[in-house]
Design a protein around this ligand. Structure first.
Ligand code: FMN
Ligand code: MN
Length: 501
Protein backbone atom coordinates (compact mmCIF):
# COMPACT_ATOMS: atom_id res chain seq x y z
CA UNK A 1 0.00 0.00 0.00
CA UNK A 2 1.15 3.49 -0.70
CA UNK A 3 -0.49 6.90 -0.51
CA UNK A 4 -2.38 8.11 -3.54
CA UNK A 5 -3.52 11.25 -5.35
CA UNK A 6 -1.67 13.60 -7.68
CA UNK A 7 -0.09 15.64 -4.84
CA UNK A 8 1.44 12.71 -3.00
CA UNK A 9 2.04 10.12 -5.71
CA UNK A 10 3.93 10.97 -8.89
CA UNK A 11 2.58 7.92 -10.77
CA UNK A 12 -0.98 9.07 -9.99
CA UNK A 13 -0.03 12.57 -11.12
CA UNK A 14 1.08 11.21 -14.51
CA UNK A 15 -2.08 9.10 -14.84
CA UNK A 16 -4.21 12.14 -14.02
CA UNK A 17 -2.51 14.25 -16.71
CA UNK A 18 -2.96 11.49 -19.29
CA UNK A 19 -6.65 11.20 -18.38
CA UNK A 20 -7.13 14.99 -18.66
CA UNK A 21 -5.51 15.07 -22.10
CA UNK A 22 -2.66 17.13 -20.63
CA UNK A 23 0.03 14.46 -21.21
CA UNK A 24 0.80 12.38 -24.27
CA UNK A 25 2.24 8.87 -24.14
CA UNK A 26 4.94 9.07 -26.81
CA UNK A 27 5.43 5.50 -28.10
CA UNK A 28 7.64 6.25 -31.08
CA UNK A 29 11.37 5.81 -30.42
CA UNK A 30 12.93 9.01 -29.09
CA UNK A 31 16.58 9.61 -28.27
CA UNK A 32 17.48 10.99 -24.82
CA UNK A 33 20.27 12.84 -26.61
CA UNK A 34 18.68 16.21 -27.49
CA UNK A 35 15.49 14.78 -29.05
CA UNK A 36 13.49 14.35 -25.82
CA UNK A 37 14.59 17.85 -24.75
CA UNK A 38 13.79 19.42 -28.12
CA UNK A 39 10.28 17.97 -27.96
CA UNK A 40 9.90 19.21 -24.38
CA UNK A 41 11.11 22.69 -25.33
CA UNK A 42 8.56 22.92 -28.12
CA UNK A 43 5.92 21.68 -25.68
CA UNK A 44 6.64 24.59 -23.31
CA UNK A 45 6.70 27.11 -26.09
CA UNK A 46 3.40 25.89 -27.62
CA UNK A 47 1.73 25.06 -24.26
CA UNK A 48 1.19 21.49 -25.45
CA UNK A 49 0.53 18.44 -23.22
CA UNK A 50 3.45 16.98 -21.24
CA UNK A 51 5.36 14.31 -23.20
CA UNK A 52 5.77 10.91 -21.51
CA UNK A 53 8.58 9.27 -23.50
CA UNK A 54 8.02 5.55 -23.07
CA UNK A 55 10.30 4.27 -25.84
CA UNK A 56 13.72 5.81 -25.33
CA UNK A 57 16.50 4.59 -27.58
CA UNK A 58 19.63 3.13 -26.01
CA UNK A 59 18.00 2.83 -22.59
CA UNK A 60 16.74 -0.16 -20.63
CA UNK A 61 13.28 -1.19 -21.83
CA UNK A 62 10.55 0.35 -19.72
CA UNK A 63 12.62 3.30 -18.47
CA UNK A 64 10.74 6.53 -19.18
CA UNK A 65 11.06 10.34 -19.10
CA UNK A 66 8.32 12.91 -18.40
CA UNK A 67 9.02 16.33 -19.92
CA UNK A 68 7.46 19.65 -18.89
CA UNK A 69 5.77 18.35 -15.71
CA UNK A 70 4.55 21.86 -14.82
CA UNK A 71 4.44 23.48 -18.24
CA UNK A 72 1.45 25.66 -19.01
CA UNK A 73 -1.48 24.12 -20.85
CA UNK A 74 -3.77 25.01 -23.69
CA UNK A 75 -6.39 22.55 -22.43
CA UNK A 76 -9.59 24.61 -22.01
CA UNK A 77 -9.80 26.32 -18.61
CA UNK A 78 -6.63 24.64 -17.41
CA UNK A 79 -3.72 26.98 -18.14
CA UNK A 80 -2.24 26.19 -14.71
CA UNK A 81 -3.62 22.65 -14.62
CA UNK A 82 -0.31 20.80 -14.38
CA UNK A 83 0.88 23.10 -11.62
CA UNK A 84 -2.43 22.77 -9.74
CA UNK A 85 -2.21 18.96 -10.00
CA UNK A 86 1.07 19.15 -8.03
CA UNK A 87 -1.09 20.15 -5.06
CA UNK A 88 -4.10 17.97 -5.76
CA UNK A 89 -6.10 21.07 -6.74
CA UNK A 90 -8.64 21.34 -9.58
CA UNK A 91 -7.21 22.15 -13.00
CA UNK A 92 -8.92 25.55 -13.10
CA UNK A 93 -7.32 26.79 -9.86
CA UNK A 94 -6.24 30.43 -10.19
CA UNK A 95 -2.76 31.68 -9.20
CA UNK A 96 -4.40 33.75 -6.45
CA UNK A 97 -6.15 30.74 -4.89
CA UNK A 98 -2.97 28.71 -5.13
CA UNK A 99 -0.92 31.37 -3.30
CA UNK A 100 -3.51 31.59 -0.51
CA UNK A 101 -3.35 27.81 -0.08
CA UNK A 102 0.46 27.86 0.06
CA UNK A 103 0.42 30.73 2.58
CA UNK A 104 -2.19 29.12 4.82
CA UNK A 105 0.00 26.01 5.06
CA UNK A 106 2.99 28.19 6.04
CA UNK A 107 1.05 29.26 9.13
CA UNK A 108 -0.31 25.81 9.98
CA UNK A 109 1.42 23.34 12.28
CA UNK A 110 3.84 21.15 10.34
CA UNK A 111 2.73 17.54 9.79
CA UNK A 112 5.80 15.35 10.17
CA UNK A 113 6.37 12.54 7.67
CA UNK A 114 5.36 8.98 8.55
CA UNK A 115 8.04 6.32 8.40
CA UNK A 116 6.91 3.16 6.63
CA UNK A 117 8.79 -0.13 6.31
CA UNK A 118 9.01 -0.21 2.56
CA UNK A 119 7.45 1.21 -0.58
CA UNK A 120 7.46 1.18 -4.37
CA UNK A 121 10.84 2.97 -4.54
CA UNK A 122 12.40 -0.27 -3.23
CA UNK A 123 11.12 -2.44 -6.09
CA UNK A 124 14.64 -2.45 -7.54
CA UNK A 125 17.82 -1.99 -5.52
CA UNK A 126 21.32 -1.53 -6.92
CA UNK A 127 24.33 -1.43 -4.61
CA UNK A 128 28.09 -1.91 -4.87
CA UNK A 129 29.37 -2.62 -8.37
CA UNK A 130 25.81 -2.69 -9.73
CA UNK A 131 25.44 1.05 -9.24
CA UNK A 132 25.46 2.51 -12.73
CA UNK A 133 23.73 5.81 -13.46
CA UNK A 134 24.21 5.12 -17.18
CA UNK A 135 21.43 2.54 -16.99
CA UNK A 136 19.02 5.44 -16.90
CA UNK A 137 18.13 7.57 -19.92
CA UNK A 138 20.14 10.61 -18.83
CA UNK A 139 19.20 13.37 -21.28
CA UNK A 140 21.35 15.90 -23.10
CA UNK A 141 19.16 19.00 -22.80
CA UNK A 142 20.79 21.65 -24.99
CA UNK A 143 23.44 21.21 -27.67
CA UNK A 144 25.78 23.63 -25.86
CA UNK A 145 25.48 22.00 -22.41
CA UNK A 146 28.64 20.73 -20.73
CA UNK A 147 27.13 17.32 -20.04
CA UNK A 148 24.00 15.26 -19.59
CA UNK A 149 21.72 16.18 -16.68
CA UNK A 150 20.27 13.48 -14.43
CA UNK A 151 18.82 15.99 -11.98
CA UNK A 152 16.66 18.82 -13.27
CA UNK A 153 13.38 17.93 -11.55
CA UNK A 154 14.41 16.11 -8.42
CA UNK A 155 15.36 17.18 -4.92
CA UNK A 156 18.31 16.74 -2.61
CA UNK A 157 17.82 15.34 0.89
CA UNK A 158 20.36 16.36 3.53
CA UNK A 159 20.22 16.67 7.32
CA UNK A 160 22.25 18.66 9.83
CA UNK A 161 24.85 16.69 11.85
CA UNK A 162 22.69 17.10 14.98
CA UNK A 163 19.62 15.85 13.02
CA UNK A 164 17.50 18.86 14.01
CA UNK A 165 16.84 20.04 10.44
CA UNK A 166 16.15 18.03 7.28
CA UNK A 167 16.27 19.94 4.02
CA UNK A 168 14.61 19.01 0.74
CA UNK A 169 15.73 21.29 -2.09
CA UNK A 170 15.74 21.37 -5.88
CA UNK A 171 19.10 21.99 -7.52
CA UNK A 172 20.50 20.58 -10.73
CA UNK A 173 22.98 17.71 -11.04
CA UNK A 174 25.05 16.75 -14.08
CA UNK A 175 26.16 13.19 -14.78
CA UNK A 176 29.92 12.81 -14.33
CA UNK A 177 30.42 9.06 -14.59
CA UNK A 178 28.73 5.77 -13.62
CA UNK A 179 28.66 6.64 -9.91
CA UNK A 180 29.06 10.40 -9.57
CA UNK A 181 27.19 13.61 -10.28
CA UNK A 182 28.32 17.21 -10.01
CA UNK A 183 26.22 20.28 -9.33
CA UNK A 184 25.90 23.67 -7.64
CA UNK A 185 25.61 23.87 -3.88
CA UNK A 186 25.38 27.62 -3.23
CA UNK A 187 26.25 28.71 0.34
CA UNK A 188 23.07 30.86 0.51
CA UNK A 189 20.87 27.84 -0.27
CA UNK A 190 20.04 25.29 2.42
CA UNK A 191 21.85 22.48 0.61
CA UNK A 192 25.05 24.54 0.74
CA UNK A 193 24.47 25.56 4.38
CA UNK A 194 24.10 21.98 5.56
CA UNK A 195 26.95 20.74 3.38
CA UNK A 196 29.18 23.34 5.05
CA UNK A 197 28.25 22.08 8.54
CA UNK A 198 29.52 18.59 7.64
CA UNK A 199 32.62 19.95 5.91
CA UNK A 200 33.52 21.96 8.99
CA UNK A 201 33.55 18.66 10.88
CA UNK A 202 35.78 17.23 8.13
CA UNK A 203 33.09 14.71 7.20
CA UNK A 204 31.20 13.65 4.10
CA UNK A 205 27.64 14.98 3.85
CA UNK A 206 25.17 12.07 3.83
CA UNK A 207 22.94 12.78 0.85
CA UNK A 208 20.10 11.41 -1.23
CA UNK A 209 18.41 12.71 -4.36
CA UNK A 210 14.82 11.88 -5.24
CA UNK A 211 13.14 11.85 -8.67
CA UNK A 212 9.47 11.36 -9.40
CA UNK A 213 8.77 12.32 -5.81
CA UNK A 214 5.31 13.37 -4.64
CA UNK A 215 4.71 16.49 -6.76
CA UNK A 216 3.77 18.60 -3.71
CA UNK A 217 7.13 17.64 -2.18
CA UNK A 218 9.01 18.66 -5.32
CA UNK A 219 7.27 22.04 -5.29
CA UNK A 220 8.03 22.57 -1.58
CA UNK A 221 11.66 21.65 -2.28
CA UNK A 222 11.68 24.46 -4.84
CA UNK A 223 10.25 26.93 -2.31
CA UNK A 224 12.37 29.38 -0.32
CA UNK A 225 10.96 28.52 3.11
CA UNK A 226 13.17 29.90 5.91
CA UNK A 227 16.26 28.07 7.20
CA UNK A 228 15.60 25.40 9.85
CA UNK A 229 12.14 24.70 8.42
CA UNK A 230 11.71 21.09 7.29
CA UNK A 231 10.11 20.98 3.86
CA UNK A 232 8.72 17.51 4.67
CA UNK A 233 6.57 18.91 7.51
CA UNK A 234 5.38 21.72 5.27
CA UNK A 235 4.22 19.23 2.64
CA UNK A 236 2.25 17.40 5.33
CA UNK A 237 0.55 20.64 6.33
CA UNK A 238 -0.09 21.57 2.71
CA UNK A 239 -1.63 18.26 1.67
CA UNK A 240 -3.23 17.36 5.00
CA UNK A 241 -1.42 14.01 5.14
CA UNK A 242 2.01 13.05 6.41
CA UNK A 243 4.38 12.16 3.57
CA UNK A 244 5.25 8.47 3.72
CA UNK A 245 9.01 8.03 3.84
CA UNK A 246 11.35 5.03 3.97
CA UNK A 247 14.87 4.72 5.27
CA UNK A 248 17.58 4.66 2.64
CA UNK A 249 19.62 1.48 2.19
CA UNK A 250 22.92 3.02 3.13
CA UNK A 251 23.01 6.30 5.03
CA UNK A 252 20.12 6.67 7.47
CA UNK A 253 18.27 9.43 5.59
CA UNK A 254 14.54 9.16 4.77
CA UNK A 255 13.04 9.53 1.30
CA UNK A 256 9.47 9.46 -0.07
CA UNK A 257 8.41 5.81 -0.24
CA UNK A 258 6.71 5.99 -3.62
CA UNK A 259 9.42 7.97 -5.44
CA UNK A 260 10.32 6.77 -8.92
CA UNK A 261 14.12 6.87 -8.46
CA UNK A 262 16.30 7.44 -5.38
CA UNK A 263 20.06 8.00 -5.43
CA UNK A 264 21.90 7.56 -2.11
CA UNK A 265 25.42 8.47 -1.16
CA UNK A 266 27.37 11.46 0.04
CA UNK A 267 28.71 14.84 -1.00
CA UNK A 268 32.48 14.91 -0.91
CA UNK A 269 33.87 17.47 1.58
CA UNK A 270 36.57 18.73 -0.77
CA UNK A 271 36.39 17.11 -4.21
CA UNK A 272 35.13 19.32 -7.05
CA UNK A 273 34.75 18.87 -10.80
CA UNK A 274 33.69 21.05 -13.74
CA UNK A 275 29.90 21.42 -14.07
CA UNK A 276 27.90 23.02 -16.85
CA UNK A 277 27.34 25.10 -18.72
CA UNK A 278 23.61 24.45 -18.94
CA UNK A 279 20.87 26.56 -20.55
CA UNK A 280 19.38 28.38 -17.57
CA UNK A 281 16.18 29.73 -16.06
CA UNK A 282 16.77 33.30 -17.23
CA UNK A 283 16.68 32.05 -20.82
CA UNK A 284 20.39 32.28 -21.68
CA UNK A 285 23.17 29.80 -22.19
CA UNK A 286 26.67 30.86 -21.13
CA UNK A 287 29.88 29.18 -22.23
CA UNK A 288 31.73 28.60 -18.97
CA UNK A 289 31.75 25.58 -16.70
CA UNK A 290 32.43 26.00 -12.98
CA UNK A 291 34.02 23.79 -10.35
CA UNK A 292 31.29 22.32 -8.13
CA UNK A 293 31.02 19.64 -5.43
CA UNK A 294 30.93 15.97 -6.43
CA UNK A 295 28.01 13.77 -5.34
CA UNK A 296 28.92 10.08 -4.90
CA UNK A 297 26.20 7.49 -5.47
CA UNK A 298 26.51 4.29 -3.41
CA UNK A 299 23.03 2.87 -3.97
CA UNK A 300 20.17 3.37 -6.41
CA UNK A 301 16.60 2.25 -5.80
CA UNK A 302 13.73 2.61 -8.26
CA UNK A 303 10.19 1.64 -9.15
CA UNK A 304 9.52 -0.82 -11.94
CA UNK A 305 9.42 1.07 -15.28
CA UNK A 306 10.72 4.23 -13.60
CA UNK A 307 9.87 7.69 -14.88
CA UNK A 308 12.54 10.40 -14.72
CA UNK A 309 10.91 13.86 -14.84
CA UNK A 310 12.92 16.61 -16.56
CA UNK A 311 12.89 20.38 -16.80
CA UNK A 312 14.51 21.77 -19.93
CA UNK A 313 15.48 25.18 -18.59
CA UNK A 314 15.45 28.24 -20.80
CA UNK A 315 12.92 30.72 -22.13
CA UNK A 316 9.68 30.85 -20.12
CA UNK A 317 7.44 29.17 -19.29
CA UNK A 318 9.22 26.18 -17.76
CA UNK A 319 9.32 24.91 -14.17
CA UNK A 320 11.81 27.52 -12.94
CA UNK A 321 9.03 29.99 -13.65
CA UNK A 322 5.85 28.01 -13.00
CA UNK A 323 7.09 26.22 -9.87
CA UNK A 324 10.00 28.24 -8.48
CA UNK A 325 8.40 31.58 -9.45
CA UNK A 326 5.05 30.64 -7.92
CA UNK A 327 6.63 29.43 -4.69
CA UNK A 328 8.70 32.64 -4.46
CA UNK A 329 5.49 34.63 -5.00
CA UNK A 330 3.89 32.87 -2.02
CA UNK A 331 6.78 33.39 0.41
CA UNK A 332 7.23 37.01 -0.73
CA UNK A 333 3.54 37.85 -0.36
CA UNK A 334 3.50 36.28 3.09
CA UNK A 335 6.53 38.32 4.19
CA UNK A 336 5.16 41.58 2.84
CA UNK A 337 1.79 41.04 4.50
CA UNK A 338 3.35 39.96 7.79
CA UNK A 339 5.42 43.14 7.85
CA UNK A 340 2.19 45.16 7.88
CA UNK A 341 2.76 46.84 4.50
CA UNK A 342 -0.42 47.59 2.50
CA UNK A 343 0.29 44.82 -0.03
CA UNK A 344 -2.51 43.01 -1.81
CA UNK A 345 -0.75 40.48 -4.06
CA UNK A 346 2.73 39.46 -5.26
CA UNK A 347 3.47 37.58 -8.46
CA UNK A 348 6.63 36.57 -10.33
CA UNK A 349 5.33 37.01 -13.90
CA UNK A 350 6.33 33.79 -15.64
CA UNK A 351 7.24 35.84 -18.73
CA UNK A 352 9.93 37.66 -16.72
CA UNK A 353 11.88 34.44 -16.09
CA UNK A 354 11.97 34.82 -12.29
CA UNK A 355 13.96 38.06 -12.70
CA UNK A 356 11.18 40.30 -11.40
CA UNK A 357 8.32 40.16 -8.95
CA UNK A 358 5.29 42.43 -9.27
CA UNK A 359 3.70 43.64 -6.04
CA UNK A 360 0.28 45.26 -5.96
CA UNK A 361 -0.49 47.84 -3.33
CA UNK A 362 -3.83 48.54 -1.69
CA UNK A 363 -3.87 52.29 -2.40
CA UNK A 364 -6.59 53.04 0.17
CA UNK A 365 -4.54 51.47 2.95
CA UNK A 366 -1.39 53.09 1.59
CA UNK A 367 -3.01 56.54 1.76
CA UNK A 368 -3.84 55.81 5.40
CA UNK A 369 -0.18 55.24 6.23
CA UNK A 370 0.89 58.62 4.81
CA UNK A 371 4.03 56.99 3.37
CA UNK A 372 5.90 58.68 0.54
CA UNK A 373 6.88 56.71 -2.55
CA UNK A 374 10.46 56.50 -1.34
CA UNK A 375 9.41 55.30 2.10
CA UNK A 376 7.24 52.61 0.55
CA UNK A 377 9.94 51.44 -1.88
CA UNK A 378 12.58 51.37 0.86
CA UNK A 379 10.25 49.43 3.14
CA UNK A 380 9.48 46.85 0.43
CA UNK A 381 13.19 46.55 -0.40
CA UNK A 382 13.96 46.13 3.28
CA UNK A 383 11.46 43.32 3.74
CA UNK A 384 12.29 41.45 0.55
CA UNK A 385 15.93 42.01 -0.30
CA UNK A 386 17.18 40.99 3.13
CA UNK A 387 15.33 37.67 3.09
CA UNK A 388 16.09 34.15 1.79
CA UNK A 389 13.28 34.68 -0.75
CA UNK A 390 14.28 38.17 -1.85
CA UNK A 391 17.86 37.08 -2.50
CA UNK A 392 16.51 35.23 -5.52
CA UNK A 393 14.69 38.01 -7.38
CA UNK A 394 16.50 41.25 -8.26
CA UNK A 395 13.64 43.50 -9.41
CA UNK A 396 10.42 44.52 -7.71
CA UNK A 397 7.69 46.33 -9.63
CA UNK A 398 5.10 48.17 -7.56
CA UNK A 399 1.64 48.78 -9.02
CA UNK A 400 -1.73 49.82 -7.65
CA UNK A 401 -4.33 47.15 -6.95
CA UNK A 402 -6.48 48.13 -9.93
CA UNK A 403 -4.03 45.96 -11.90
CA UNK A 404 -4.44 42.17 -11.97
CA UNK A 405 -0.75 41.38 -11.71
CA UNK A 406 -1.21 37.77 -12.87
CA UNK A 407 -2.19 39.25 -16.26
CA UNK A 408 1.01 40.30 -18.03
CA UNK A 409 -0.91 42.56 -20.43
CA UNK A 410 -2.10 44.69 -17.53
CA UNK A 411 1.40 44.80 -16.02
CA UNK A 412 2.91 45.98 -19.31
CA UNK A 413 0.22 48.67 -19.61
CA UNK A 414 0.86 49.90 -16.08
CA UNK A 415 4.63 50.02 -16.62
CA UNK A 416 4.32 51.87 -19.89
CA UNK A 417 1.80 54.46 -18.68
CA UNK A 418 2.71 54.94 -15.01
CA UNK A 419 6.40 54.32 -14.46
CA UNK A 420 8.17 57.67 -14.50
CA UNK A 421 11.74 57.47 -15.82
CA UNK A 422 14.15 58.97 -13.33
CA UNK A 423 11.83 59.40 -10.38
CA UNK A 424 10.20 55.94 -10.33
CA UNK A 425 13.46 53.98 -10.01
CA UNK A 426 14.83 53.16 -6.57
CA UNK A 427 18.22 51.41 -6.60
CA UNK A 428 19.73 49.16 -3.93
CA UNK A 429 23.33 48.58 -5.00
CA UNK A 430 24.50 47.13 -1.68
CA UNK A 431 21.93 44.39 -1.25
CA UNK A 432 23.02 40.78 -1.78
CA UNK A 433 21.48 38.82 -4.63
CA UNK A 434 21.77 35.63 -6.63
CA UNK A 435 24.81 36.05 -8.90
CA UNK A 436 23.15 34.22 -11.81
CA UNK A 437 21.16 37.27 -12.97
CA UNK A 438 22.29 37.80 -16.58
CA UNK A 439 22.69 41.61 -16.65
CA UNK A 440 25.02 41.84 -13.63
CA UNK A 441 28.51 43.24 -14.19
CA UNK A 442 31.56 41.04 -13.56
CA UNK A 443 32.11 42.98 -10.36
CA UNK A 444 28.56 42.46 -9.12
CA UNK A 445 28.76 38.75 -9.88
CA UNK A 446 32.00 38.50 -7.92
CA UNK A 447 30.76 40.43 -4.86
CA UNK A 448 27.23 39.01 -5.01
CA UNK A 449 25.80 42.51 -4.54
CA UNK A 450 23.97 45.06 -6.65
CA UNK A 451 21.75 45.20 -9.70
CA UNK A 452 18.61 45.34 -7.54
CA UNK A 453 15.79 47.84 -7.78
CA UNK A 454 12.23 48.69 -6.91
CA UNK A 455 10.37 50.29 -9.82
CA UNK A 456 7.34 52.25 -8.77
CA UNK A 457 4.44 52.35 -11.20
CA UNK A 458 2.31 54.23 -8.69
CA UNK A 459 0.80 57.47 -9.92
CA UNK A 460 1.26 60.41 -7.50
CA UNK A 461 -2.54 60.40 -6.98
CA UNK A 462 -2.49 56.70 -6.10
CA UNK A 463 -0.16 57.40 -3.17
CA UNK A 464 -3.07 59.41 -1.81
CA UNK A 465 -5.65 56.73 -2.55
CA UNK A 466 -6.90 58.30 -5.80
CA UNK A 467 -6.04 57.88 -9.47
CA UNK A 468 -5.14 59.94 -12.51
CA UNK A 469 -8.01 59.65 -14.99
CA UNK A 470 -10.28 56.66 -15.28
CA UNK A 471 -9.71 53.59 -17.43
CA UNK A 472 -11.14 53.47 -20.94
CA UNK A 473 -12.21 49.87 -21.48
CA UNK A 474 -15.12 47.42 -21.59
CA UNK A 475 -15.30 47.04 -17.85
CA UNK A 476 -15.04 50.76 -17.06
CA UNK A 477 -16.60 52.71 -19.93
CA UNK A 478 -20.17 51.31 -20.09
CA UNK A 479 -23.05 51.08 -17.66
CA UNK A 480 -23.64 47.66 -16.14
CA UNK A 481 -26.87 46.99 -18.05
CA UNK A 482 -25.06 47.71 -21.33
CA UNK A 483 -22.24 45.29 -20.48
CA UNK A 484 -24.81 42.67 -19.50
CA UNK A 485 -26.66 43.16 -22.78
CA UNK A 486 -23.46 42.78 -24.82
CA UNK A 487 -22.42 39.63 -22.98
CA UNK A 488 -25.86 38.07 -23.30
CA UNK A 489 -26.08 38.81 -27.00
CA UNK A 490 -22.50 37.88 -27.77
CA UNK A 491 -23.21 34.79 -29.83
CA UNK A 492 -26.35 36.37 -31.31
CA UNK A 493 -24.10 39.08 -32.77
CA UNK A 494 -22.32 36.24 -34.56
CA UNK A 495 -19.24 35.84 -32.35
CA UNK A 496 -18.13 32.51 -30.92
CA UNK A 497 -18.27 31.91 -27.16
CA UNK A 498 -16.72 32.74 -24.79
CA UNK A 499 -17.06 36.49 -24.93
CA UNK A 500 -14.34 38.90 -23.82
CA UNK A 501 -12.87 38.55 -20.33
C1 FMN B 1 12.99 23.26 -11.73
C2 FMN B 1 13.83 23.98 -10.70
C3 FMN B 1 15.21 24.02 -10.85
C4 FMN B 1 16.00 24.66 -9.91
N1 FMN B 1 17.36 24.64 -10.04
C5 FMN B 1 18.15 25.19 -9.08
C6 FMN B 1 19.58 25.06 -9.13
O1 FMN B 1 20.14 24.42 -10.03
N2 FMN B 1 20.31 25.64 -8.14
C7 FMN B 1 19.71 26.32 -7.10
O2 FMN B 1 20.41 26.83 -6.21
N3 FMN B 1 18.37 26.46 -7.03
C8 FMN B 1 17.59 25.89 -7.99
N4 FMN B 1 16.22 26.00 -7.91
C9 FMN B 1 15.64 26.88 -6.87
C10 FMN B 1 15.67 26.26 -5.48
O3 FMN B 1 15.07 24.99 -5.51
C11 FMN B 1 14.91 27.15 -4.51
O4 FMN B 1 15.57 28.40 -4.42
C12 FMN B 1 14.73 26.56 -3.14
O5 FMN B 1 14.20 27.52 -2.27
C13 FMN B 1 16.02 26.02 -2.57
O6 FMN B 1 15.75 25.34 -1.37
P1 FMN B 1 16.15 25.97 0.05
O7 FMN B 1 15.30 27.20 0.18
O8 FMN B 1 15.75 24.89 0.99
O9 FMN B 1 17.60 26.27 0.00
C14 FMN B 1 15.40 25.33 -8.82
C15 FMN B 1 14.02 25.29 -8.67
C16 FMN B 1 13.23 24.62 -9.58
C17 FMN B 1 11.75 24.54 -9.36
MN1 MN C 1 14.88 24.89 2.87
Amino acid sequence: MTQHGSALNFRDFVEELLAAGDAVDVRTPVSPTLEAAAVTRRVYETKSPAPLFSNLTGSEPGFRILGAPAGLSRVQGGTYGRLAAHFGLPRDTTPRDLLEKLITAMHADPVAPRVVETGPCKENILTGDDVDLERFPVPLLHEQDGGRYFGTYGFHVVRTPDERWTSWSVSRTMLRDRTTLVGPCMPQQHLGMIHRMWREKGERTPWAMVFGAPPAALAAAGMPLPAEVNEDGYVGALTGSPVEVVRTETNGLYVPANAEIVLEGYISPDETAPEGPMGEYHGYQFAESKLQPVFHVEAVTYRDDPILPICVAGLPPEENHTVWGTMISATSLDQLRSSGLPVEMAWCSYEAATCWIVVSVDTRRLAGTGMSERQLCDAVADVLFGSHTGWLVPKVILVADDIDITDIDQVVWAMATRYHPGTGAYLYPDTPGIPMVPYLTADETRTGRGGKSVMSCLQPEQLEGGARGTVAGFRHSYPEDMRKRVLENWTAYGFSAPGPR
